[in-house]
Design a protein around this ligand. Sequence first.
Ligand SMILES: Cc1cc2nc3c(=O)[nH]c(=O)nc-3n(C[C@H](O)[C@H](O)[C@H](O)COP(=O)(O)O)c2cc1C
Length: 168
Amino acid sequence: MTLATADGAGRISARVVLLKGVGVDGFRFYTNYESLKGTQLAAHPRAALCFHWKLLGEQVQVRIEGDVSKTSDDDSDAYFATRARGSQIGAWASLQSQTMDDPADLDRRVADVEARFAGGPVPRPPHWSGFRIVPERIEFWKGMPSRLHVRNVYTRQDGAWTTQRLYP
Ligand SMILES: Cc1cc2nc3c(=O)[nH]c(=O)nc-3n(C[C@H](O)[C@H](O)[C@H](O)COP(=O)(O)O)c2cc1C
């Protein structure tokens, strides 16, 4: 999904992340809290998500907006434990979104982390965890002929959802 975030000054940044969970508590993804998106979400805890599917000639888009909070340590630990060991090591080794002066630094950092955790499990780094977007607006968009697309928006206010149809 595409995840759009903004910093405190309203500068917006978008990138793709993996949706790892959907539930009554919102939409979850996992990342490095010290990355650009992590620092933006700390400064401005709101986000927009966008999905696009192209299915056998049909196009579907789903847009979600809402407040963002960190997931619990238990949730983050449980997900981190399911990751491949190489990805767990990468989460320690990568200074995500920071400038890399020498590409060999990444290999050195990976080797250091491998040596540090050799023969044992790789714990979750303290700077790596999940975020949850709690939706307050969800739009389902369905492509139709002549661009007369169907747009149904669900908006949550004071715990209750209302729905509206929008012009395409
Ligand atoms: C298909 C795909 C899935 C990705 N999934 C994630 C993810 O789940 N978490 C993550 O931190 N980055 C993920 N990335 C990398 C991000 O797009 C991005 O490069 C990285 O998180 C740094 O973004 P930032 O500098 O805006 O924080 C993914 C990229 C692609 C193309």
